[in-house]
Structure formats: C-alpha cells, structure tokens
Design a binder for this molecule. Sequence first.
Ligand code: F6P
Length: 341
Amino acid sequence: MRVGLLTGGGDCPGLNAAIRAVVKHGEGTYGHSIIGFRNGWKGVVDGDVMPLGRPHIRNVLPMGGTLLGTARFHPNEENGGIDAVLATLEAERIEALICIGGDGTLHAASKVAEAGVRIVAIPKTIDNDVAGTDLSIGFHTAVNIATEAIDRVHTTAESHNRVMVVEVMGRHAGWIAVNAGMAGGAELVLAPEEPFDIDQVVKFLKHRHRAHASFSIVVVAEGASPREGGSMDYRTQLGKFGEIVAGAIGERLAHEIEQRTGFETRVTILGHVQRGGAPTPTDRILGSRFGVAAMDAIAAGTTGVMTALRGEHIELVPLSEVAGRVKHVPADMLRAAQVLA
Ligand code: F6P
C-alpha cells in the first residue's frame, strides 16, 4: 500500500519521532511504501513529494523541526484546494494519508476525509490545545524550555529588584503559561481562559512588594487579554492565520505594570525558542507511539480518526469530534497556578 505523510502548521519538537515511527512500522511491519509530502497541505496541492524510507529517518529521533518541512496552508480555505489534493493523491496512487498537525491541519484533514480519502491524524502543537487528547506532540518540550527560561529570569529579577514579564506561546489556551509558570514559581500567571483585571494585577504586585518581596515574575500567555470594561484597553493582535503578533501583550503589560506600580519592569518574549531544538524523551516517546498507532489504524482500514493519549493509552477519536474545538486549561489547574503566589 502507498501511504502519504505530511506535517502541517507550526513545527515543534517530536515531529521527526512520529515520522520515523510511521516509516519504520509502515515499511517494517506492513511492507507499505511511505510517500512524504513536503511543507504540509501545500505539498499535496503542488504534488511536491519525496520518498520516505529508512535512509531518510536515520538519526532523526533527537532532531527538532520536521524533516518534511511544514507550512500554514489550508486547502479547505483555498479555491479548488480540495480538488487539487484529490488529484495529487490519485496521481501518486496514495491509498491512505497520515496528517500530523494542530487545529488548522486537522480541520483540513476532516474536510479531506469527508471527500472520501482515508485519513488518520496525529495531534501536535506546543500549545497543547487540540481537543480529545491529553497531550499533543511538542508541548512537553516547550514547557521544559519555558520553565528553564523562567528559572533564569528569576535570578536576574531578584538581583535587580524588578518585575519580569515573561511572554510564552498559547493562542487560545494557557497550557504552557500555567505549567511553566507553576514549575518556575511565577508570582502571576495570565492565561486566555480568564481575562485579567489590570487593577488586580497592580494591587497584587504592590501588596507583595510592600509585604515581603522586591521582585516578581509574571508569566503571560500570548493570547491572554484584559477583561472587557476594565481600565486597560487592549485588543489581541492577529496575523493572517490567526497567529498572535509575538510580544504584543508582553510589551504592553510590562509597560502598564511599570507605569501603574512605579516598579522597574522588563519583558522577555520566549517566542519560537519554545518550538526549537531537541525534543524531550516524553515528546520522542509520544511521537513514536502516535506514529505506531496511526499506522496500525491505517492497516486496520480505519479512517477519519486522530490518535489520542487518554491516560496511559493511545486511543482513536473521530476527527469530527476534534476539529474546530479548543482544549482549555481546567479551572482547578488555573486556580492552583494563581494561588501559589
Ligand atoms: O500554534 C502554535 C504556535 O506556536 C502559537 O502558539 C503561535 O501563536 C503560533 O504558532 C506562531 O506561528 P508562526 O510560527 O506562524 O509565527
């Protein structure tokens, strides 16, 4: 059988582990041929293919990024995009397609599956906001990177008696902010799930600095925003694909804090550092398990599903239950991060 494989959307550590598992298990166990599409759905539309065999996956397990390349391209949003996808798949005699991606890629995958293509998806995004799975590839590494960064910011904050604002990724959900914020001992964690009140932020910082501290760490997710009707007027700034303009909320928040408290304040924007470099063992293992499960699902003739971590097990969930939905940080977890100031 000829099985297509693509990685779409933003890259992240752990993608190569999934690619490697698909190739090893697909070739080794089932005798399939794996055909890679370069740069996500764009490669399918353009017919940009590469053979994927054992030589291509040698030594890729510890490598960040994706050996297939990726792009933010959604065929379901382009005129004739789905038809172009179908034409390429027919020309390449692809019988099934494995799509590794986040919300945009999975949404496109569900549309292509509806058009009759046999599809199995694998969730990845450092934001960890794909519904239906406990974890997505890349999240664990991003939390590690962000935690280490907060630890480093901590010592300089303390030395200089400053407020340090650390902006982390997380468009719709504050998974990185909450996890890295808690692990790094941040004083405040601001997430998209709960619009913040700048007056409360200022009150908290003033009280803390009056009572027992001379520095504070504020972790803010890029998608966090002040509450409507509050004294800080701010609109989240979005790019073409709904990605958030990096640094916008971090810079603004640092400015507001400094102006309103009089405390010297600095901002650190972690940005794409969170998406780069070697994956943690957890992400290598998750990518590998998802790759094996996706190939098994293909072999079993399953379609329109996504591999998902549920507790200890990898399960298959219908793409229709996942696409277009956001997995938010639960309120109890958010609260735990907030009360540990
Ligand atoms: O979707 C993951 C993500 O890392 C978001 O947190 C961020 O807003 C976006 O990608 C950045 O996208 P780009 O790499 O296109 O700038």
